[in-house]
Write a protein that binds this ligand. Structure first.
Ligand code: UD2
Ligand code: MN
Length: 621
């Protein structure tokens, strides 16, 4: 039996021990070096992001997931069709297409001499390149002439005030799978990893995001692996826009006096680079811890490999850094819309590189040798868009490969609209760039593209000989080979599916509602093509799958009240449907037909019990 005094002593001792433990855990935690701002960001991130069994950061919180989806979807789709006014405008002009401006020679950058390094050390803006590191650093970057009261979205379509408020070297949470952290550079990597030149192209990029992008490269990469950081200022309105990064170590800036678009600008950067590896990045990114060695390792294994990091999300409204779902790869629809999808699991580890049929386009490493050998980019593509399709088809079909590397993470600000103009209209530019890709690379399958994107039929594609000759010279395989071997999961119209696109009744469409598991479907006014809630594939196996571009795997099923709902796709009887001769969608198990008679609800009733019109559905594609 303890006396009262010794009990009190024991309690006091235990309390002191707990306090000491608490102090120690707090002060030795990996987060202890973070500022208050970072800590509150991190807490917020933890609140929003649930730690899963394998400790991987996943976006399971619905708000975060929606945010992520919104960001990824809206930013990675071409904005063609998003802006009805613009689409209308382009459409009216289709009869009289204005020819794209001729390629011009800008300074000594001759776009026709694409395979020659014209003058690798040429500087368009003569800036000093000090050998000293750029300290002291600029902690907070302001826009020139920006006022606190002005609309923070006006220039960049993201909240530039939120970016300005963050330190230029802010910490970001390490979003990698913990298994990645066990591999240390240099010990656990090949001793002769190739070094790289980083290439950023930008047009009117905000100074704070531009600066932070470069800073994150310099701060989070082993210095011996970075030879140079080349920025191509693609004729920003203010010729001094890039001055903010002037004098940073290893930085060189080239300026286009005329707008070339990101595709020709990247080639210009590549031609000026002298490293064995080129690494392309967008100008509003933040590299995460140890992002570079895992990319270079891929190229070290195979000089024909293209390696893309896993792209995290920097929220465009508050600049919070969010870890994105792992295990995704890039795919696309026949209208040439890039989309994320779940990579088929082939029994590999969660940190193995994921072969991807397509890259998002902006962030990747490639050897200079393979970039040049395989035809760089198609220089007749303008401004933005389509080049990721071209380089992906070309790489796979001509003997290379593409992977998304889970242990390399880079955050990117996804936006909803382009902040810049498209000389010639963005619908037309996207049509031209994708039609050039289809003409050169897609063989007989291009008909499915034109069917899904009819406006591309009218695109002024320009000369194609150089690219078709390239394909011959490299002895590339067919598009059929690509589909069979690289992307067998892509359903081919007429072969694997009953129909795809929107499922329509006049101006009303079947809509995925919340788009989440068990969400009730609805009959809604049709949205512009390629929306994430109204695109479906009715497959030959009888399943109707939502094509939302976010890597979900939801199919149409019936709940107990015969409401149409989203379930995880299987080929179990409750998920199987038949598209009848009279255009009904009949549930095989119950024999009921989908009807709009209770709209906006989408429900199933005995076939023929409601008016024919309410039961008749058409596919747009
Ligand atoms: C995605 C890619 C982007 C590119 C594009 C398709 C990611 C994260 N981003 O769109 O890199 O492949 O798909 O073309 O995968 N820019 C110029 N000149 C121009 C227009 C843009 O230099 O005329 C710059 C721009 O400042 C930015 C980069 O090119 O740094 C990409 O443009 P974006 O951010 O508008 O493209 P994004 O992310 O929507
Ligand atoms: Mn971008």
């Amino acid at each position: 039996m303890l006396t009262r005094r010794s009990r009190a002593l024991l309690i006091a001792f235990l309390m002191a021990w707990c306090l000491a433990l608490l102090y120690l855990t707090h002060h030795t935690s990996p987060e202890s070096h973070l500022s208050d701002q970072d800590l509150s960001d991190l807490e917020e991130l933890k609140r929003r992001v649930q730690l899963e069994g394998d400790d991987d950061l996943l976006l399971n919180d619905q708000v975060a997931q929606e945010e992520f989806r919104d960001a990824q979807l809206n930013a990675l789709r071409d904005s063609y069709g998003e802006n009805e006014e613009e689409e209308q405008h382009d459409f009216e002009n289709i009869e009289h297409p204005t020819p794209p401006p001729d390629a011009k020679i800008v300074d000594n950058f001759d776009v026709k001499h694409n395979f020659k390094v014209v003058d690798p050390r040429a500087e368009w803006v003569p800036l000093p390149r000090p050998s000293q590191p750029s300290v002291p650093r600029i902690k907070f970057v302001e826009e020139v002439g920006s006022r606190k009261s002005s609309d923070p979205y006006a220039k960049n379509n993201f909240n530039v005030h939120a970016s300005n408020k963050l330190p230029s070297d802010r910490k970001v949470p390490d979003t990698r799978n913990p298994m990645c952290r066990k591999r240390k550079y240099p010990e656990d990597y090949p001793p002769d990893l190739p070094s790289t030149t980083i290439i950023f192209t930008f047009h009117n990029e905000a100074r704070s995001t531009l600066y932070r992008s470069v800073r994150s490269v310099l701060d989070r990469s082993p210095p011996e692996l970075i030879d140079e950081v080349i920025l191509i200022d693609d004729a920003s309105d203010d010729p001094e826009q890039g001055k903010i990064v002037e004098g940073m170590e290893k930085v060189r800036i080239l300026r286009n006096h005329e707008r070339e678009g990101l595709i020709r600008s990247r080639v210009r950067g590549a031609n000026a680079a002298q490293s064995p590896v080129l690494t392309f990045l967008d100008s509003h990114i933040e590299c995460n811890t140890d992002w570079l060695p895992p990319l270079l390792e891929q190229l070290h294994k195979n000089y024909r490999a293209v390696a893309s990091p896993t792209i995290d999300v920097i929220n465009m409204d508050n600049f919070r850094y969010l870890g994105s779902t792992s295990g995704l790869r890039g795919g696309f629809t026949w209208s040439m819309q890039f989309q994320w999808e779940t990579a088929p699991l082939k029994g590999k580890s969660a940190i193995d590189p994921i072969p991807t049929p397509m890259i998002a386009g902006g962030l990747f490493s490639i050897t200079k040798r393979w970039f040049d050998e395989s035809g760089q980019y198609d220089l007749d593509m303008d401004v933005w868009g389509g080049e990721n399709f071209e380089i992906s088809f070309r790489t796979w079909m001509c003997g290379g490969r593409m992977d998304i590397v889970p242990c390399s993470r880079v955050g990117h600000v996804f936006r909803k609209q382009h902040p810049y103009s498209f000389p010639g209209g963005n619908g037309r530019t996207y049509d031209k760039n994708t039609a050039r890709t289809a003409e050169v690379w897609m063989d007989e399958y291009k008909q499915h593209f034109y069917h899904a994107r009819p406006s591309a039929k009218f695109a002024a594609v320009g000369p194609l000989e150089e690219r078709t000759e390239l394909r011959k010279r490299l002895n590339c395989k067919s598009f059929g080979w690509y589909l069979e071997n690289v992307y067998p999961e892509l359903s081919v119209p007429g072969r694997d599916m009953v129909g795809f696109g929107q499922i329509k009744q006049g101006m009303q469409c079947i809509d995925a509602g919340a788009g989440t598991l068990n969400a009730k479907l609805a009959v809604q006014h049709c949205l512009p093509q390629d929306s994430d809630k109204q695109e479906w594939i009715f497959r030959n196996d009888g399943t109707i799958k939502l094509q939302d571009g976010h890597g979900t795997n939801f199919c149409v099923a019936l709940d107990k009240d015969n409401h149409a709902v989203l379930h995880t796709c299987t080929t179990d009887p409750p998920m199987l449907w038949t598209y009848t001769e009279s255009k009904q969608i009949r549930h095989r198990e119950t024999g009921l037909c989908l009807t709009s008679s209770k709209k906006p609800q989408l429900r199933a009733f005995p076939c023929g019990s409601t008016s024919n019109e309410n039961e008749r559905w058409a596919f747009t594609k």
